[in-house]
Write a protein that binds this ligand. Structure first.
Ligand code: TRP
Length: 332
């Protein structure tokens, strides 16, 4: 259990509607935490800028991400939902932290290294296509985390290193100047890596095996029916933990439902067609309401603007105080 006094923060990169894997890996845990803890949740549009150079696309994706978090149940009583770029202090802190961050730390970032490896493998210049936004991505992310005094940062496993960098950078600052920054902790969902896609491999856009979180009912059904299974007959007993159907079901059902479904696998007598239908019914019943809410919000973006503006006003109050302290410590 997380101490309810801890401040939770996470950024959501606006890159389109997430799939089940994204949702289960990171978004679900933050929505759950927003019910018990003060939570800063922002749409990381500045982080999207290193790859998306079309303002309409960023705007549309920002709306989608905000609408999604609200529709999936983020508790707006505890949640400060805002757009990263609306807070001027974030650009300031980013500039300040640049001067404390060793270049070598950025060289070690997995996301940057992966790009370099890809370039090398294609016989390109190692830095081809890499802009400074991408290279310094972890510094901006550290600024996000440190500006709002965050304690806990729920993220998918791929972002763990970035939160560790934020800790490192906070440490350099505290050591060099004065202890103004808390050391944030990443919160990685245990089962984050275990969301299988339609073909049984990890759910990922690059494998083309995803299910969109807000897919219309017909598409959802089609996708679920396409899940690849082994060739066991309906009568045969099955191991639930080896079945994509069960592994997806687990994330949407209650404990007793999960136990019962597992039992049905083990007992034998349930064919995969039936199991898929049960999975579909469950997922569809959980997602029907959010889907409607999402569509309503997207049809009324003024309401989203309003929520984001309120969030920004609140976030700005914290940020402006913090940045004054930091500037004073660094610049006198
Ligand atoms: N980098 C994160 C991602 O790609 C998004 C993000 C930006 C973030 N700033 C953050 C996450 C601060 C946690 C905390 O998913």
């Amino acid at each position: 259990m997380i101490d309810t006094n801890k401040i939770v923060l996470t950024g959501i990169k606006p890159t389109g509607i997430p799939h089940f894997g994204n949702y289960i890996g990171a978004l679900k845990s933050i929505i759950d935490l927003s019910k018990t803890n003060k939570t800063f949740m922002f749409i990381a549009d500045l982080h999207a800028l290193n790859s998306i150079h079309n303002p309409e696309v960023i705007r549309e994706h920002t709306y989608q991400a905000a609408a999604l978090m609200i529709a999936m149940g983020a508790d707006l009583n505890n949640t400060v939902l805002f757009r990263q770029s609306d807070i001027a202090e974030i650009y300031q802190l980013n500039t300040l932290l640049m001067n404390l961050t060793p270049k070598g730390l950025m060289n070690r970032a997995h996301s940057y290294k992966a790009m370099v490896d890809k370039n090398n493998a294609s016989d390109l210049d190692p830095d081809a296509g890499i802009n400074m936004g991408l290279y310094t991505y972890p510094i901006l992310m550290a600024a996000d985390i440190l500006l709002y005094n965050s304690d806990i940062v729920p993220v998918g496993a791929d972002q763990k290193q970035h939160v560790e960098f934020a800790r490192d950078i906070a440490g350099y600052f505290n050591h060099t100047y004065k202890p103004l920054f808390k050391l944030p902790e990443p919160l990685i969902r245990q089962d984050a890596g275990l969301v299988p896609g339609l073909d049984g491999r990890k759910m990922s856009k690059s494998y083309d095996n995803t299910i969109s979180l807000l897919a219309p009912e017909a598409e959802l059904k089609k996708k679920i029916m396409r899940i690849i299974t082994d060739s066991k007959t309906p009568d045969e007993a099955k191991n639930p933990d080896e079945s994509t159907i069960f592994l997806l079901y687990k994330h949407f059902a209650t404990e007793p439902e999960i136990t019962e479904f597992a039992e049905m696998f083990r007992r034998g007598g349930m064919g995969y067609g039936t199991a898929k239908q049960i999975l579909f019914d469950k997922v569809n019943s959980v997602l029907a309401e959010p889907r409607k809410k999402y569509e309503n919000l997207m049809a009324n973006t003024a309401e989203i603007d309003n929520i984001l503006a309120n969030g920004a006003n609140y976030a700005r109050q914290i940020a402006s105080k913090k940045i004054e302290e930091i500037k004073h410590a660094m610049l006198g």
